[in-house]
Design a protein. Structure first.
Length: 267
């Protein structure tokens, strides 16, 4: 029989969650259920932190500030919702995983007070082992000597972030981490690159993107928590490369269990 993590504490917390939902019933905002559960934790002398904040800092630069709902007895993170639907969305699980990573905890409870009875999902987090998949075939014949030097530095910077922070954060977090690391290594890095929409010789407008432009040559799309980039991601990269008149695209996925680096050409 597999032993549950923090079994006694999680059993007690689950009971208090159901009690809070039973006392307050249906229809309140998330904050009301938060206050009700906090009151029960106090009454039962269960130590907790309410809405603690923590900032992720890299190279002296604030990357992202996290605020979770509750940390109980320094062991379990609770993320509370009041959703009329019964099913949690993938983003809710990802949000809780971000908090588990940030506070270095291994168990979280995703709680929905909006359903007919309290809905609780256990989320266990263990940092995946470091694994890498790389594919540079699409651009290697077009690389000059200077391009290769730049690409090696880009690769090293991505590895630095992957090895230091592992997997599990949102793509927005990795994007900022990579941008800071690029600048720290001496590579020019522009965030949120605007893509010109060309119609013949005319530029109709410009579209914002979340891509990074490194050394004025490499357009980089940072993703996370995916099994792999989609066909759309590769097709979009080709479109953007052509409209920016660039040769080299890189799609980086800090996936669920693997760091993936795929290159894209504009042909």
């Amino acid at each position: 029989m597999v032993e549950l993590r923090h079994e006694q504490l999680s059993y007690q917390v689950r009971g208090l969650i159901f009690e809070a939902r039973k006392n307050l019933k249906t229809g309140w905002a998330e904050e009301i259920y938060h206050q009700g559960l906090a009151q029960l934790l106090r009454e039962n002398r269960v130590p907790f932190e309410s809405k603690p904040r923590k900032t992720l800092i890299h190279r002296g630069i604030a990357i992202h500030s996290f605020e979770c709902d509750l940390i109980v007895a320094e062991r379990i993170i609770l993320e509370l919702k009041a959703l009329p639907e019964n099913a949690f969305a993938p983003a809710h699980y990802a949000q809780l995983i971000n908090y588990l990573k940030c506070w270095n905890k291994d168990l979280g409870l995703l709680v929905n007070f909006g359903s007919s009875t309290a809905q609780i999902e256990r989320v266990v987090w263990d940092e995946p082992e470091w694994a890498i998949q790389e594919d540079y075939a699409s651009i290697k014949t077009d690389l000059t000597g200077a391009d290769r030097v730049c690409l090696r530095q880009i690769r090293q910077n991505i590895f630095t972030i992957g090895k230091q922070y592992g997997f599990g954060y949102f793509d927005t977090v990795y994007r900022k981490l990579v941008a800071v690391e690029m600048a720290h290594s001496g590579l020019e890095c522009r965030a949120e690159v605007e893509i010109p929409v060309k119609w013949g010789d005319t530029i109709l407008t410009r579209q914002g993107s979340e891509h990074l432009l490194v050394a004025k040559c490499f357009l980089i799309n940072i993703q996370s928590l995916r099994a792999r980039p989609s066909r759309y991601d590769f097709a979009q990269m080709k479109t953007f490369l052509n409209h920016l008149n660039l040769k080299f695209g890189i799609i980086v996925n800090f996936g669920k269990k693997q760091l993936q680096i795929h290159t894209v050409n504009r042909e």
